[in-house]
Design a protein around this ligand. Structure first.
Ligand code: UFG
Length: 342
């Protein structure tokens, strides 16, 4: 029987790619998103790629009545919870907005799930919950650390809320997915990352420089204790990440308790390596200069993804070249993002 899964934040970068993978795996998908940081056009693009139009509710997940209404119309088998504010810098300026929105959404969702007897949730967490410990690679057995910004704390606290809810409800199944650095785009070039304003993250910034929307990239710091002096991260193709969610929801269904998985490749690349690879595969020059360090950046951050391979049978297979090629394909086809078309 076809399973129906709700994706909160379903029109966002990771949500939209996960929707495509889930539909292609035979799931029925319901998207909920208030469109505060995404476009309605994503729904059309998902339909264009898969041939199936997902149900879409333009609601705020923190709105109890709106969420109840959704749950009463759809018979849900599980939820993947992506919805949340995610700009690290902004979270330090508006901490209360971040705590209210991100924690409010998680708690509201758990309340409504309880009311309607929905027992499976996969949560969109982040490697940021490991804090500043510095031991690499990160393994799931390490304790969560001290976060350096409110955004990170909302992920860490949401993990705690979900863990406590699961301890109190023996029928609840919680899967916490800790993403490393998702980049790239669907190879069709129809969906991809479309940040509002000046991108905070490396890949969308690089892609916007390549397409001529920004003049040059500033590389934040070249005096780190790393092989080339720039920070290293575990970049993962968003389609690999999306496949991890398909495995996670299947794993979570019908079990009980909490399980945590890192989703990364296990191989770190430096900022310079990413920029050089992007320029090589796109054939477009990406002007850059070194600037000062950015507050809160760790020199190194990468995953030990062994548990996800052993338990979920999942492995990230796409290379850094694939990630750069697909990010460029998306940017070139949609130079101004979703809203730029027509
Ligand atoms: N960088 C630049 N110039 C830029 C943007 C980024 O040099 O214009 C560098 C950063 O200093 C860092 C690397 O590129 O060394 C990656 O930066 P991102 O902002 O793309 O990603 P982060 O690793 O800082 O952040 C990501 C996620 C967060 C998450 C964090 C920790 O975006 O959601 O990992 O897990 F909290």
């Amino acid at each position: 029987m076809t399973k129906t899964i709700l994706l909160t934040g379903g029109t966002g970068f990771i949500g939209s790619h996960t929707a495509v993978e889930m539909i292609q795996e035979g799931y029925r998908i319901v998207l909920a998103d208030d469109l505060s940081n995404s476009s309605r056009k994503v729904v059309d693009r998902i339909e264009e790629i898969t041939g199936t139009r997902p149900a879409f509710y333009p609601i705020d997940v923190a709105d109890r009545e709106a969420l109840r209404d959704l749950f009463s119309r759809e018979r849900l088998d599980g939820v993947i919870h992506f919805a949340g504010f995610k700009a690290v810098g902004e979270s330090t300026e508006k901490p209360l907005d971040y705590y209210e929105n991100n924690l409010g959404a998680t708690m509201n969702l758990l309340r409504v799930m309880e009311e309607f007897g929905v027992k499976t949730i996969v949560f969109s967490s982040s490697a940021t919950v490991y804090g500043q410990g510095g031991l690499m690679p990160c393994t799931e057995t390490m304790p969560r650390g001290v976060c350096v910004n409110p955004y990170g704390w909302t992920k860490s606290m949401s993990e705690q809320i979900l863990t406590d809810a699961s301890a109190a409800d023996p029928d609840l199944s919680v899967v916490l997915l800790r993403y490393f650095n998702p980049i790239g785009a669907h190879p069709s070039g129809l969906i991809g990352e479309d940040p509002q304003g000046i991108p905070n993250n490396l890949m969308p910034f690089v892609a916007q420089v390549a397409v001529g929307r920004r003049e040059e990239l500033t590389i934040f710091g070249n005096d780190y204790d790393t092989p080339d002096g720039t920070c290293r991260r575990d970049y993962i193709h968003v389609c690999d990440l999306a496949e991890g969610h398909v495995k996670a929801i299947a794993f979570g269904e019908g079990r009980k308790g909490v399980e945590v998985f890192n989703l990364g490749t296990g191989t770190p690349y430096s900022v310079l390596e990413v920029v050089e690879t992007f320029a090589r595969v796109s054939g477009v020059s990406v002007p850059w200069r070194f600037g000062p360090r950015r507050a809160g950046d760790l020199p190194d951050l990468w995953a030990d993804p062994a548990k996800a391979t052993e338990v979920l049978g999942w492995k990230a297979g796409r290379t850094l070249e694939d990630m750069c090629r697909d990010a460029w394909n998306w940017q070139r086809n949609n130079p101004r993002g979703y809203e730029g078309e027509e």
